[in-house]
Design a protein around this ligand. Structure first.
Ligand code: CS2
Length: 490
């Protein structure tokens, strides 16, 4: 018989004794755009530690697309449980660093007022790759992006990240308030520079003087962020209720590992993040490349091959010995040689990643990682491929990851069932797939022609094209798992 358990509702009163600081005394110093699961398990957890010694860095969050997080957390004073789990055990704590969440669509004035507030010295972002409205192959703002066109027509009421930042910086400048530092926490290459290009690019389309002001006065330090945080499910909610007795509408479940490497450029000041485990450096690029190519490149490859092979979660996919071998070799033989010198021991980093992927307590869906592939492939797999092709080195395994994406975006799986392909370019990808009429060479040529993903150099590389056609032929005829087994023995 199913019995509904009820616990005590998470609220300021029930959590007061669990927080190591007085929540009534904290004041906002950060606005965070995109308060999804990742930010709540990463930035908000670091800031939660900071608040013990410096109460001036609380976070005002903003939801740019959907208000579900705001709606779930508002009745519990924006408090939530962060649960850390792996095969060895679990622990949890209440996070209180987010003091408010604003829905950009319905609370736009409040959000713009918060962004213009002089107490705010940092605006951080996790709006996902597609939130930058840019061309992933070049890193430049896409001036024809429908949301960009919309924001340019209504600059006082923007809905995009770049539009909001530019509007707030404009208001601050007019009021004589120093700009905030923009802290991109998304998995983009050189994410600070990319954000700077997109934001100044947007400003330039509005007002050259404003664009020059932003370029000269606003700091956009790059960061490498890392923590695996699957989307919260109903099962997570029940688990928190059973293990803590707390009725939390929107907890977050994550792994023990967490890493944050940040370029130390904060003219308006910053929290002492080095005291709570972050690494402050002068150049984050080597760390970023390592993480994007090793972790995220592997993740995407596991996601497409695993999904096609019938694995719902990363931990199940990586338990398949053939996939494990493939990913191990992808990192060892293809990715590691492309990374700059001076990084920590890469073999140890690889082994730790494989261990993290195996974490049986995380239900990280292959489908979730497979999302938005057009925005992810350039920095995750194509950078490795370009660097190796330039040296005449083989790219078999990285190309298999790309071919698996091509197979995935056809929208039909190996059993003939539909795949819910989520991607800003989904409609275009599916029409290319339809017009290829099941011919692997035509599908490869059609998809290689998507310049936002492959640029104009990769489609001209005969060897790369041939590799993709070979892989895709086999994926379509024999399926993902047999292709992987064949590759390992070939
Ligand atoms: C994942 C990342 O969803 C995805 O595409 O690859 O969110 C990944 O879990 C994080 O970057 C880990 O730091």
């Amino acid at each position: 018989m199913k019995t509904e358990r009820t616990g005590s509702r998470l609220s300021a009163a029930s959590a007061a004794t669990r927080l190591p600081y007085d929540r009534a005394r904290i004041t906002p110093g950060i606005v965070h755009l995109g308060v999804g699961a990742f930010c709540r398990a990463h930035l908000a957890a670091y800031v939660d530690e900071i608040l013990r010694s410096d109460p001036s860095w609380a976070i005002i969050g903003a939801s740019l697309r959907r208000s579900v997080t705001r709606d779930a957390l508002a009745p519990q004073d924006f408090l939530y449980t962060l649960a850390v789990r792996d095969g060895a055990g679990a622990s949890s704590r209440v996070i209180g660093s987010i003091v408010q969440i604003l829905d950009a669509a319905t609370q736009q004035r409040d959000l713009i007022a918060a962004l213009a507030d002089p107490r705010i010295r940092i605006v951080s972002l996790t709006v996902t790759e597609k939130g930058y409205c840019h061309d992933p192959a070049t890193g430049e703002l896409d001036p024809h992006h429908p949301y960009v066109v919309r924001d340019l027509a209504h600059p006082e009421a923007p809905v995009t990240g770049p539009g909001l930042l530019v509007r707030a910086l404009e208001l601050r400048r007019a009021a004589g308030i120093a700009p905030f530092t923009v802290l991109c926490c998304d998995n983009l290459p050189e994410n600070g520079n990319t954000t700077a290009r997109v934001v100044t690019g947007f400003a330039r389309l509005r007002d050259k003087g404003l664009a020059d002001h932003i370029a000269a006065e606003v700091a956009f330090p790059s960061t490498m962020v890392d923590r695996i945080v699957p989307a919260t499910t109903e099962a997570d909610r029940r688990l928190i209720l059973d293990t803590t007795g707390m009725d939390d509408a929107w907890p977050v479940v994550t792994e023990p590992f967490t890493q944050w490497v940040i370029e130390d450029r904060f003219p308006g000041g910053r929290p002492a993040l080095e005291r709570v485990g972050a690494e402050l450096v002068t150049d984050v690029r080597p760390f970023e490349l390592m993480k994007l190519r090793m972790l995220n490149g592997s993740h995407s490859t596991i996601a497409y091959l695993g999904y096609l092979g019938g694995y719902q979660h990363v931990s199940e996919a990586i338990a398949d010995p053939s996939l494990l071998t493939l990913i191990h070799e992808l990192m060892t033989d293809e990715v590691m040689s492309t990374l700059p010198r001076g990084l920590p021991d890469l073999a140890a980093y690889r082994d730790a990643l494989l261990e993290r992927f195996r974490n049986p307590a995380l239900r990280h869906r292959t489908w979730q990682i497979a999302m938005d592939g057009s925005q992810k492939l350039p920095q995750r797999l194509l950078g490795t491929i370009r660097d190796r092709l330039a040296l005449g080195l083989p790219v078999r395994r990285a190309a298999l990851g790309v071919a698996a994406w091509m197979r995935y975006v056809t929208g039909v799986d190996e059993r003939g069932d539909l795949i819910d392909v989520r991607d800003p370019l989904a409609a275009r990808l599916q029409s290319i797939s339809k017009s290829s009429a099941g011919r692997p060479d035509r599908l490869v040529d059609g998809l290689l022609g998507v310049a936002e993903v492959f640029g104009d150099d990769l489609p001209r590389h005969e060897g790369f094209r041939a590799e993709l056609v070979g892989h895709l032929t086999m994926l379509l005829r024999r399926g993902a798992l047999e292709t992987v087994r064949f590759m390992n023995h070939g």
